[in-house]
Design a protein around this ligand. Structure first.
Ligand SMILES: [Zn+2]
Ligand SMILES: [Zn+2]
Length: 294
C-alpha cells in the first residue's frame, strides 16, 4: 500500500513562508491499497487538495475514517469536492460520541449548517454512507482490514490499524499516553499504575511490529509539563511506544502550529542524534506530500 501524508499540522492550518517545508495543512492521510482501493484518514484541511486530485479519476469510491471530530480533523470536509458530484460513493466511518450522544453523521452535518457553511449536508450529491464503529471490530475493504482502537484524548479518538497484503500501518489520530494521576506516595498510585500499564500493553500489542506508524507528537517533553491533559503526546513518548512495539518506521506528526520549518529541523536533528536509526528502527518527521510505500 501507499500512504500519502496530505496534512501533518496540528490544531489549525498555518500557511506562510515558515511552513513550506513541512506543510501547513491539518491532518489528512491518503492510502491506496495494492488493489487500488481508496482509504482516507481524517478530513483536516489537507483533504481539499486530495479531493481536487481525485476529480481526475471520477467516479471515485472513497472510504473515509475519522479519528475524532475536533476541528483540525474535520474542517476540510466541506471543501472536499467529490462530495458534491453525483456518481461518487463516499463511505464515512467514525465513533458514536457517548458524551453528546451524536453519531458521526450528526456531528459532521452540524458543521455544514447555514450558520457555518452555505451548503447543507443534505444538498451533497455524492452517494454518502455513515457507519459508527466499535472498538476492535475491523472494517473490510477488499483484502484490507481497518481496525479501530480507543486512544486517550479529550474526545473519543480512534487510532486505526490498516493491514493489507501482510503489511501493517498504524495512525494514532490525536493521542496522549495515559499517565498516573496520583503521586507515588498516595494510596491509589499502585492500582492506577496497574491500569496505565495494562492500557499501554494493549496498545503495544495492537501495533506490534507495524511496518510503519504515524503518531501524534505535538510537544517536546519540556512543553508537555504545562500542556498535560490537552490530549497530545511528546516526541519521546511516541518513540518509546514505537520502540517497545518494534515499529519499523516511525513518522512524528501533528506539528504544533507555532513550529516553524527551522524549529522542526532543529528538533529532528536533535532527535536523530538521541535516537539514531538502528536495530531496524527509522525515525522521520511527517512532511506534507511524502509517500510511505509498504
Ligand atoms: Zn488534532
Ligand atoms: Zn484532537
Amino acid at each position: 500500500m501507499i500512504i500519502r501524508l496530505r496534512g501533518v499540522r496540528g490544531s489549525i492550518p498555518v500557511p506562510g513562508p515558515n511552513t513550506v517545508k513541512y506543510g501547513g495543512n491539518t491532518t489528512c492521510l491518503e492510502i491506496i491499497t495494492d488493489e487500488k482501493e481508496k482509504i482516507v484518514i481524517d478530513s483536516g484541511s489537507g483533504i481539499r487538495q486530495l479531493g481536487l486530485d481525485q476529480m481526475a479519476e471520477m467516479p471515485v469510491t472513497v472510504n473515509l475514517f475519522i479519528t475524532h471530530t475536533h476541528w483540525d480533523h474535520i474542517q476540510g470536509l466541506p471543501f472536499y469536492t467529490p462530495l458534491f458530484v453525483p456518481g461518487n460513493k463516499i463511505n464515512i466511518y467514525g465513533a458514536f460520541d457517548p458524551v453528546y450522544r451524536k453519531d458521526i453523521r450528526e456531528i459532521l452535518a452540524a458543521q455544514m449548517e447555514y450558520c457555518y457553511f452555505p451548503v447543507r449536508e443534505s444538498e451533497l450529491n455524492a452517494d454518502i454512507t455513515y457507519t459508527s464503529l466499535q472498538e476492535g471490530e475491523p472494517v473490510v475493504i477488499g483484502s484490507t482490514q481497518v481496525t479501530p482502537i480507543l486512544l486517550n484524548h479529550p474526545v473519543l479518538n480512534y487510532g486505526y490499524k490498516i493491514e493489507s497484503n501482510n503489511k501493517k500501518f498504524f495512525f494514532t489520530g490525536d493521542y496522549e499516553p495515559a499517565t498516573n494521576i496520583y503521586d507515588e506516595a498516595d494510596d491509589g498510585y499502585a492500582l492506577y499504575q496497574e491500569m496505565v500499564d495494562k492500557q499501554n500493553e494493549i496498545i503495544t500489542q495492537f501495533i506490534y511490529e507495524a511496518d510503519a506508524a504515524v503518531m501524534d507528537a505535538q510537544y517536546t517533553k519540556e512543553e508537555y509539563v504545562t500542556k498535560k491533559g490537552w490530549g497530545h503526546g511528546t516526541y519521546d513518548s511516541c518513540i518509546a511506544l514505537a520502540k517497545k512495539a518494534k515499529v519499523k518506521q516511525l513518522f512524528l506528526t501533528h506539528h504544533d502550529p507555532t513550529r516553524t520549518d527551522d524549529q522542526l529541523d532543529t528538533i529532528f536533528d536533535d532527535l536523530k542524534n538521541t535516537y539514531p536509526d538502528e536495530d531496524g528502527f527509522i525515525l522521520s518527521p511527517a512532511k506534507e506530500g511524502i509517500e510511505i510505500v509498504l
